[in-house]
Design a protein around this ligand. Structure first.
Ligand code: SUO
Ligand code: CP
Length: 313
């Protein structure tokens, strides 16, 4: 694996899910593998789970970790080529990433989309500059369009339920802000790679990009989609078609107990952070598996780090 930015970077996604399960079973089995190796975690955006679970995973493997919040702790970065750098941006990504990759053996980067320019976001403009200028592998900690560490943890969480061919429903849910499509794109991508039975339910106009919707069942009637589901995975995302726009009068898309009663006693999942009683009711969230799902972030990250460390030996 050269970098970890998408399921398509992974030779055998099913084997990686199994490796994450093994890391959970014996977290300290390879606690010397990362000796004298340093992981850099670079954040352009806030994080709780990704930041802490990836550090924890690295510590379980005996690695050192350096964390930096760009724009808060470091110089503001210029990403455009050929600029006269006479604004507030003191350093170019070219030098910044080249330098950071000298201090680290692996670099993780979190970079959200702007949700204004679709082509720029979907070209993974920032992530790809990290890949271009880094001399070490890049791990996505959620990029403009994908969040593979989240999805790997989600696949482990679903596997642990031991349901034979579960009916998985990804439901759009209300929000007050424009949010990325990354978690949802990635979830669909990993479900497809695992040959899972996946349905997307969303209001008209909120379909994910065609490349992600391909091969996925689409149901605009949320209650219809919930019937017989084993897993309800909720997430808000802003429109792909009317790029970055949020809907109006869609609060009835909340996941509540009445809708959950239509399912096959489905487990409720969400990547977190989640806004209570907007995305999901208290009742549904309090009996969900979101805490275990977040716990699995450590083992997803550990499996990925282990894969890279093994290939460095
Ligand atoms: N990393 C997990 C999700 C991150 C981000 N959520 C958020 O920004 C929620 C913020 C809020 O609720 O205001 C997203 O949807 O991609
Ligand atoms: N689910 C997730 O990635 O959470 P953070 O944004 O807190 O890292």
């Amino acid at each position: 694996m050269k970098n970890f930015t998408s399921v398509t970077d992974v030779e055998d996604p099913i084997a990686l899910i199994k490796k994450a399960a093994l890391c959970k079973k014996s977290p300290f089995e390879n606690d010397h593998l990362g000796k004298h190796k340093t992981l850099g975690l670079i954040f352009f955006n806030p994080s709780l789970r990704t930041r802490l679970s990836t550090q924890r995973a690295a510590y379980n493997l005996g690695m050192n970790v350096i964390v930096m919040n760009i724009d808060k702790d470091s110089w503001k970065l210029e990403f455009e080529d050929g600029q006269i750098m006479n604004s507030d941006k003191a350093e170019h990504v070219k030098e910044a990433v080249a330098v950071m990759s000298q201090y680290c053996d692996l670099l993780g980067v979190r970079t959200f989309p702007g949700l204004v320019n679709r082509d720029e976001d979907y070209s993974e403009f920032i992530l790809n500059q990290f890949i271009k200028y880094s001399s070490v592998p890049i791990i996505s900690l959620e990029s403009a369009t994908l969040h593979p560490l989240q999805s790997l943890a989600d696949m482990l969480t679903i596997d642990e339920l031991k349901i034979v061919k579960p009916k998985i429903v990804l439901t759009w849910a209300p929000h007050i802000r424009a949010l990325p499509q990354a978690v949802s794109n990635s979830f669909v991508e990993w479900c497809k790679a695992s040959q899972a039975d996946i349905t997307v339910t969303c209001p008209e106009g909120f379909e994910l990009s065609p490349e992600f919707m391909e091969g996925v069942k689409l149901e605009h009637n949320q209650k219809e989609a919930f019937k017989g589901a084993d897993i309800i995975y909720a997430k808000n995302w802003s429109s792909f078609n009317d790029y970055g726009k949020i809907g109006q009068n869609l609060d009835h898309w909340i996941v509540d107990q009445e809708k959950m009663n239509l399912t096959n006693q489905a487990k409720f999942m969400h990547c977190l952070p989640v806004r209570r009683n907007l995305v999901v009711s208290d009742e549904v969230l309090d009996s969900s598996i979101v805490i275990e799902e977040a716990n699995n972030r450590t083992y997803a990250a550990q499996a990925v780090l282990q894969e890279f460390l093994t290939s460095m030996k």
